[in-house]
Design a protein around this ligand. Structure first.
Ligand SMILES: [Zn+2]
Length: 53
C-alpha cells in the first residue's frame, strides 16, 4: 500500500519512496513528508525488512 506525502503514518517502520527507493523511518501518527529528493510522483511504501536472528 502506498501513502501520499501529508497522509498519517499508519504503522511505525521503515518506508521508502516508490520512485527513488530512499528509505526512511517514520513513527505512527506522524505525517509523511515529501520525499527528500522531491520525486514528483513519490509515494511512501512500507518496506518489509527481513528480521534479524
Ligand atoms: Zn523519492
Amino acid at each position: 500500500m502506498n501513502h501520499k506525502p501529508g497522509a498519517e503514518v499508519p504503522e511505525t517502520g521503515v518506508y521508502w519512496c516508490t520512485v527513488c527507493r530512499s528509505p526512511q523511518r517514520f513513527e505512527k501518527g506522524q505525517k509523511f513528508p515529501p520525499c527528500k529528493n522531491l520525486c514528483p510522483k513519490g509515494y511512501w511504501q512500507l518496506v518489509n525488512l527481513p528480521s534479524k536472528g
